[in-house]
Design a protein around this ligand. Structure first.
Ligand SMILES: *Cc1c(COP(=O)(O)O)cnc(C)c1O
Length: 460
């Protein structure tokens, strides 16, 4: 069969450079053995995140020139509103500067009393933070199969529906202000949620009268997985699947830096709850901006209106999901343990299995990330015990259930040739894994330590 290439040709290029190994050793030491502190210039292939790092198309760049920068009632807003209404079927649309902008507007408007619960398959970290800032409690109710990295399952982002219903029964429906479905489930590996599971959540929500919201940063990737893997969806378009999915919700928040394929932007959309809409509208003004721009420039709303359409294109999604799988397969073929099957936006490498000789409090996944930078100038990110931090009460290091290195793939930026280079570097590190050594702190920040920590290799 004829193989398929990337479904685009490259009209503008941005040079990248691999600095010498000696320089990489020096730069990493200067960065306190923390890739967050590296300068982007010193990186060859940057897989830190897929957020805001995608490449815009020629049509998006052309749309940028059409931006209407009117403070109120911008034409660009109405264009964006039309597209979001068409995709979601929702009545009320508010633009925000990014995903967390949506969160800071919506959660204080649904969390009425201290200690109210928000239930999620798995909260993204800023989502959890905004639930807690609004004095709510963030509960994860994902199916346990998500933690079995080497066992295949079609939908490792699914809610455990029994656990969900039991939680509602045990804690009382009056204390539960909303259920959020994160599609795809970022924190479990970009793993999809099935339509059957979404319908199941809706059934339970209807039974108890609870509102359902989508955290829809990667909803198009999720729809593609449904089309590929769930019975009854193979003949539907991605747009039809997305519309059906949104029909089971009361509203959605979106970081458009992912499936909007823009560098900055976000959305709140509400199905028909006029009171929630007007409340969000008035909270927006001091936090984000006037409701027809909400933290976005007119030109950015134009680029987003186009990007949302492009992300629903099936050839694009096929390339996107296949590229992640391509990297995952190369690693698996060489014996590297990963979260399997690969999800929508990243390959998660299971570092607990790679270096069982490094205990969690010496950050095995960080050691692997650093070694991958030294091997190939590639930047990955630790998702494990360094990220998790300390117990606020006892001050002890918390042991993460998984020690992962995330290789996050930006949209339309790298070719599969780049993925070959990434695989070579990771495999080189894997084959030399006995030589990896753990890390200790030189400087440990009090909060969100992984961003600005300085570390050093343990002396042996
Ligand atoms: C990125 C992300 C957010 C937050 O969005 P930002 O644009 O980074 O503020 C929220 N939820 C999920 C699932 C995300 O991936």
């Amino acid at each position: 069969m004829l193989r398929k290439a990337e479904p685009f040709k490259i009209k503008m290029v941005e040079p990248i450079k691999l600095i010498s190994r000696e320089e990489r050793v020096r730069k990493l030491k200067e960065a306190g053995y923390n890739p967050f502190a590296l300068r982007a210039e010193d990186i060859y292939i940057d897989l830190l995140t897929d957020s805001g790092t995608g490449a815009m198309s020629d049509r998006q760049w052309a749309a940028i020139m059409m931006g209407d920068e009117s403070y109120a009632g911008s034409r660009s807003f109405y264009k964006l509103e039309e597209v979001v209404k068409r995709i979601t079927g929702y009545k009320y649309i508010l633009p925000v500067h990014q995903g967390r902008g949506a969160e800071q507007v919506i959660f204080p408007n649904i969390i009425k009393n201290k200690g109210d619960y928000v239930l999620n398959n798995m909260h993204f970290d800023t989502t959890k933070a905004h639930v807690e800032i609004a004095k709510g409690r963030a509960i994860n109710l994902i199916d346990e199969k998500a933690f079995n990295t080497d066992k295949y399952d079609d939908f490792k982002g699914n809610f455990d529906l029994d656990k969900l219903e039991r939680f509602i029964e045990e804690h009382g429906v009056e204390k539960i202000v909303g259920i959020v479905i994160t599609v795809t489930c970022n924190s479990s590996g970009g793993e999809p949620v099935s339509m059957g599971n979404i319908k199941g959540v809706r059934r339970i929500a209807n039974k108890y009268g609870i509102k359902v919201f989508f955290d829809s940063a990667r909803y198009a990737e999720n729809a593609y997985f449904i089309k590929q893997r769930e019975e009854g969806y193979n003949n539907k378009t991605i747009l039809e699947i997305a519309k059906e999915m949104f029909s089971y919700g009361d509203g959605m928040m979106m970081s458009c830096k992912k499936d909007g394929i823009v560098n900055i932007g976000g959305i709140i959309a509400i199905k028909d709850d006029q009171e929630l809409y007007t409340n969000c509208q008035s909270s927006m003004v001091p936090l984000e901006g006037f409701p027809t721009y909400g933290g976005m420039a007119g030109r950015d709303m134009e680029a987003l209106a186009v990007g949302l359409e492009e992300a629903l294109n099936e050839e694009y999604l096929e390339y996107r999901i296949e590229q992640v799988k391509y990297l995952g397969d190369k690693l698996m073929d060489a014996g590297v343990p990963i979260q399997y099957p690969t999800g929508g936006h990243a390959v998660f490498v299971d570092c607990k299995k790679i270096c069982p000789h490094i205990p969690y409090y010496q950050y095995p996944a960080q050691a692997v990330c650093n070694a991958v930078y030294l091997a190939g100038g590639i930047r990955a990110v630790e998702i494990g015990s360094l990220l998790l931090g300390r117990d606020p009460d006892t001050g002890t290091n918390i042991e993460s259930p998984l020690e992962l290195m995330r290789l996050t793939i930006p949209r339309r930026v790298y070719t599969n040739r780049h993925m070959d280079v990434v695989a070579d570097a990771v495999i080189e590190v894997f084959n030399d894994r006995d030589k990896l050594i753990g890390l200790e702190f030189d400087y440990e920040p009090k909060v969100l330590r992984h961003f600005t920590a300085r570390l050093k290799p343990i002396k042996i």
